[in-house]
Write a protein that binds this ligand. Structure first.
Ligand code: 6PG
Length: 247
């Protein structure tokens, strides 16, 4: 499949990357609320976006309409919400506990429950209810934030895993052999319905994979299978991550 058209924005430093991403988040939130009264975002986990979430929690971004935002997670680990690996915990500590969100609009994946398939079914229902989806429909998030690992995974869509082939589900439990664990993740059809998908990539260790993702005209890696059907694809990276890109 041909690569999607995308916009690449390179920031000099991680802090400038987080600032650029925070202003993009704020602008999209304001625009979504103006056009349809709310802003729906699927948050990414891992370590990169922590700087973005922390910045968004500062008074500089107090004008973000926090009470009109539906917060979802693009993926989660199979751990309780107080676990060090929990994406919910990371976002809650960096952002949600510091701004005036409406608790009923924070949709946490109940990843403490042992039955992974049931966790995914329940979360998928949360998404379907929020977006008022009919049978076979997919959510149109205003913004899906993503990262990528050195292996080109995104969300919890890892190379060689079953979720990559999912065509009808919105949200699934995905067995990841190399982690010997289930992960929870939005599926590609769900991600690809978003109005905007923004990858946030920082650091020199991501330079090799970023060059492959953006310059290999294939869809070998999961992150290359993100093709918004009718939405914007944005790569927001710092100079260190962009270091291997051909000029
Ligand atoms: C997760 C993320 C995952 C992340 C990449 C990059 O749960 O880990 O959703 O897809 O974006 O693994 O992680 P870092 O930002 O920590 O490099």
């Amino acid at each position: 499949m041909m690569a999607s058209p995308y916009e690449l924005r390179i920031s000099a430093t991680p802090d400038e990357l987080f600032r650029a991403a925070a202003f993009e988040f704020a602008a999209r939130a304001a625009s979504a609320v103006k056009s349809h009264g709310k802003f729906s975002v699927a948050l990414s986990g891992g370590s990169t976006p922590k700087g973005l979430y922390s910045l968004l929690s500062t008074p500089e971004f107090s004008s973000v309409p926090w009470d009109k935002i539906g917060f979802f997670w693009g993926d989660e680990r199979h751990v309780p919400p107080d676990h060090p690996d929990s994406n919910f915990r990371m976002v809650n500590e960096a952002l949600l506990s510091k701004v005036s969100v409406r608790p009923e609009n924070v949709f946490r994946i109940k990843a403490e429950q042992s039955d992974a398939a049931a966790v995914a079914v329940a979360y998928e229902q949360n998404i379907k209810t929020f977006f008022r989806l009919g049978h076979g429909e997919f959510p149109r998030f205003d913004l899906v934030l993503l990262g990528t690992g050195p292996d080109g995974h995104t969300a919890s869509l890892f190379p060689g895993t079953a979720a990559l082939e999912e065509k009808s589900r919105v949200f699934v439990a995905n067995w990841v052999e190399k982690l010997n664990a289930h992960r929870f993740t939005l599926t590609l059809p769900a991600i690809n319905q978003a109005a905007c998908v923004a990858f946030l990539v920082a650091g020199p260790d991501k330079a090799p994979i970023l060059a492959q993702l953006l310059q290999n005209k294939t869809d070998e890696f999961p992150a290359q299978k993100v093709h918004p059907v009718d939405g914007k694809l944005l790569w927001m990276v710092d100079q260190a991550a962009a270091g291997a890109l051909k000029k």
